[in-house]
Design a protein around this ligand. Sequence first.
Ligand SMILES: [Zn+2]
Length: 363
Amino acid sequence: MENDQSFVEGDFSKSCSNKLKSGVEKTKKKTVKKKKKKKQEQKDEVTKISKSFSKLDINRRDVSKQRTPQRRSQLGKTPSSLSSIKDVAELISSGGVRNIIVMAGAGISTGSGIPDFRTPGTGLYDNLHKYKIPAPTAVFDRDYFNVNPKPFFELAKELYPSGKYRPNIVHYFVRCLHEKGLLLRMYTQNIDGLERLAGIPPSKLVEAHGTFSTASCTKCGKKCKGEVIKDKILKGVIPRCQLTPLCYGTIKPDIVFFGEDLPKRFYYYLKDFPSCDLLLVFGTSLQVEPFASLVDSARFTTPRLLLNMVKVGPFVKRGRRHDLAVTGDIMDSIQTFVDELGWDEFIKEVVDSNEKVLHVNDP
Ligand SMILES: [Zn+2]
């Protein structure tokens, strides 16, 4: 039984092995066929992919060609690509900004006839030769003032906000920002008082280099309103203290001299600048510290627009992605700004109503 069985088993195993062999061969053939098929499929796939890639490539090229203008117009609505005053105007019109800070220097007042401090040949410093002072800057030097206050008061007579100089479109533009509820604060280096004359409320102003609107005795330290000494300044008389009996100290308008502390209001910048969402820098050389450094107190993402004759400070090298500098006559640039905002009629109304008030107050 065992043999038979073994025979049977042997036969069986033979037939099995034959079957297996043929099966294996079949499988091999099938595998080869499959492999061939797979290879062909892979080839087809590669051809397909390469074709679709080339299509994609063409598409990509086409899309990129189409996207260029699209991208520009889309980015024009975001602060990241401000390329013109129009873009900034759109940003304001779209309601994208609510807290605008304006930083201003002497360049905004040249349009009102006040000479720029720092322009060679036409600047206020250059015109001080007639006062025979040791250096032009001595007129704002406290030690020199204590010895000889006359040159300062001569200058004060010229600069005193008496109505001789009128605010121009730049001052009125800032007033319009206030009227529209967009002005967080205006930081000005100017002492000509034209911001106040344009009707910008004192609460919205930081007169970083002081003001004629208040004055202090240089001896007893008592303060008074600028009005108290206005007549004397305009008549060329040095005002003496009558605030304290027998003091007779010189009363000086609260203009900040070299080395003197800045007004306390200057430190408003610590809370103002972090919440500023658009910084407008008008007509300043950004040379006098600490005022100049205010420009970098705004958040890194805050758009900054400089309108000035030339690029200055961080705008020389476009320090930040959201910076824009427009050079040239600032009055022209502001007119463009007004046009782009559609505020032409509005600013005319503001100017007309304010000029009536100024006319009534003329000396
Ligand atoms: Zn006094």
